[in-house]
Design a protein around this ligand. Structure first.
Ligand code: GDP
Length: 213
């Protein structure tokens, strides 16, 4: 995967460009509002989970070097569907609807839970769940709850905190990482805005999905 995306940016003058600028062959497959609409299981699936507005769609776009393949929305809590993207003939990225938006009524929240659980529990192709946090805010109650749920169900998980460009300096970055790692042994910082950390996330995806094969 990494090798093929690097192939696409073989120009040595682009060596220092953030990987976010490197386009990975990818396409939108479909949006599903229930398990009966899930696509056929083709490739290992990488699921992205996080609170509404945390920066999940932007992170997917950054990983794929796309401006707007994943639907980045400024209206938190509006997406109640699972979006599937085919990535370089090697993976399927799965964007799960954001949770924890206070203004979403209880019945919608329960629908969310049912939809997400139907995906996480039933999908044989699921290789890795990426739990996306905001680097400035760190762990919030629903994130911890979800992490515990994933652990209890034996799901391989990677914790990624995005928007690191909003951390002002090295010591804020260190503090953020320390807090993140208190909630999870391993956590990575990144920014969809600058592309920092995106390459390392790709490496982690490749390693972890190989490990579970
Ligand atoms: P989602 O609801 O989790 O999919 O979040 P979005 O990807 O739609 O992002 C929510 C808001 O955060 C948007 O205004 C994005 O432009 C902004 N955002 C996302 N990622 C970053 C980042 O890495 N840095 C900064 N500064 N803003 C970001």
């Amino acid at each position: 995967m990494i090798a093929s995306s690097q192939r696409m940016s073989a120009n040595p003058f682009q060596k220092k460009a953030p990987i976010a600028a490197t386009k990975v062959l990818s396409e939108y497959v479909l949006s599903a509002s229930g398990p009966e609409q899930f696509p056929k299981e083709e490739h290992p699936e990488i699921a992205f989970l996080g609170r509404s507005n945390v920066g999940k769609s932007s992170l997917i776009n950054a990983l794929l070097g796309q401006k707007a393949l994943a639907f980045a929305s400024s209206t938190p809590g509006c997406t109640q569907a699972i979006n599937f993207y085919r990535v370089d003939g090697a993976y399927t990225f799965v964007d799960l609807p954001g949770y924890g938006y206070a203004r979403v009524p209880m019945d919608r929240r329960l629908e969310w839970k049912k939809l997400i659980e139907s995906y996480l529990l039933e999908r044989g192709a699921l290789e890795l769940s990426i739990l996306v946090l905001d680097a400035r805010r760190g762990w919030m109650a629903p994130d911890l709850e979800l992490k515990e749920w994933l652990e209890a169900h034996g799901k391989a998980t990677l914790v990624v905190a995005t928007k690191m460009d909003k951390l002002k300096n090295q010591s804020e970055m260190q503090r953020s990482l320390t807090n993140l790692r208190k909630g999870a042994g391993e956590a990575m910082l990144c920014s969809a805005a600058t592309g920092r950390g995106v390459r390392e996330i790709w490496q982690a995806i490749t390693t972890k999905s190989q490990r579970s094969q």
